[in-house]
Design a protein around this ligand. Structure first.
Ligand code: GLY
Length: 389
């Protein structure tokens, strides 16, 4: 990373970003603002793959499970970065990205749910996550349309939400205004590597010279043409189906983000009510299934029976980039100038600010921030602790 000491100048490293989702656009925006010539490529329309199909939950707290203690540190750091990221984006574009801070409720409907809720509550509190235990009557006072059999809930005031579609819709002009270039519907057909260093990408029939190539192509990252075998990130598509219902925005059924035992439900200010999401290993099959739609509707209906009156407006199918250990893959590779920003699995929107900060910092200074040390691409090449040589 010899050409990396140029913060704030107009002759920073030339950067090619592959993938114009929230992560790729965000990195492009930040680096263009710092004075780098940046070009972002996407095989489709910017922001219309996984970022479009997401829920936008910034749920670092209630989504943390045993075994994810290291990921929690990264996620909570990103959660803290979110307000500044939002204000900077809104200041650059004048666009509202639908950030809501009512917080998140996780509810229990049955005795089994209650056991699970108690277990997660105690585990998450042991990590220092600020949570409040609510009795059934208190939950229903806060959300009157919940199933009257709701027995208890956990409330997390720090787990907010953002409208992921508004986010990518704002990131696109932010990138362009900062001087970045965006090529949509433009497949990258090759990554040029000479003597162990990237020199650019082939896309749209043209060679684009670059000192740094950032792979932010989500579930498509593994199969990018031109990636050396040893550098292919172990990422696969984890399919998710999500439904969009329509409420009357003046009479919303719900105000908080809601985690019910079998589905999550997210109210948007414009009246959309999202119900998500399935988790499926079906490759890149874009067709929704009756079983997927049924399980989401049933899970949401058990928590919020009033949804049966609502119009079903959209069925969305998206592909999360799941890595071998379900954690993101961030930072430099064994090829000089080739940088990974992929594998965000369920947390792409939540992890956008910390990914943007860490990858930009690396491109501009050549230094790896402590926050991403556990998520470097080379971890898949290191032997497992205790493994025989
Ligand atoms: N983060 C929610 C999902 O992946 O379904």
């Amino acid at each position: 990373m010899s050409k990396s000491q140029n913060v704030g100048t107009t002759d920073g490293p030339r950067v090619a970003v592959i993938g114009a989702g929230a992560i790729g656009l965000g990195i492009g925006w930040r680096l263009a603002r710092a004075g780098c010539p940046v070009t972002v490529f996407d095989r489709g329309e910017a922001g219309h793959a996984a970022s479009w199909a997401a829920g936008g939950m910034l749920a670092a707290g209630v989504e943390t499970e045993p075994g994810e203690e290291t990921l929690w540190l990264l996620a909570s750091q990103s959660q803290r970065l979110w307000p500044d990221f939002r204000y900077a984006l809104q200041a650059d574009t004048g666009l509202d990205i639908g950030y809501r801070d009512e917080g998140t409720l996780v509810i229990a409907l049955t005795r089994d749910d209650l056991e699970q809720l108690r277990f997660n509550y105690e585990f998450q509190r042991s990590l220092g996550i600020e949570l409040e235990w609510l009795a059934g009557n208190e939950v229903r006072r806060r959300e009157p349309y919940l199933n009257s059999g709701t027995t208890a809930a956990v409330y997390c005031r720090h787990d907010h939400q953002v409208d992921n579609r508004a986010l990518v819709t704002a990131l696109k002009p932010a990138l362009l205004k900062a001087g970045g270039v965006l090529h949509e519907h433009c497949d990258v057909t090759g990554i040029e590597i000479t003597s162990g260093k990237v020199s650019g990408v082939h896309a749209g029939g043209t060679f684009h010279a670059a000192d740094v190539v950032v792979v932010a192509a989500g579930a498509w990252s593994r199969d990018l043409p031109g990636l050396p075998e040893a550098e292919r990130p172990p990422v696969r598509p984890i399919r998710g189906q999500l439904l969009v219902l329509k409420m009357n925005p003046a009479e919303p059924l719900l105000r908080h983000v809601l985690w019910a035992p079998k589905a999550y439900v997210i109210p948007r200010r414009d009246g959309r009510l999202l119900i998500g999401a399935t988790t499926e290993e079906r490759g890149f099959d874009p067709r929704p299934t009756a079983g997927g739609v049924f399980s989401l509707l049933e899970g949401a209906w058990r928590a919020l029976p009033g949804i049966e009156e609502l119009v079903l407006d959209e069925i969305v199918v998206g592909f999360r980039p799941g890595s071998r250990d379900d954690a993101p893959i961030l930072g430099p590779t064994g090829i000089d100038g080739l940088v990974m920003a992929t594998g965000h699995h369920r947390n792409g929107i939540l992890l956008t600010p910390v990914t943007v900060e860490a990858i930009s910092h690396y491109v501009l200074t050549g230094k790896v921030m402590a926050a991403i040390q556990p998520f470097l691409p080379d971890r898949f090449r290191r032997p497992e602790p205790g493994a025989r040589p």
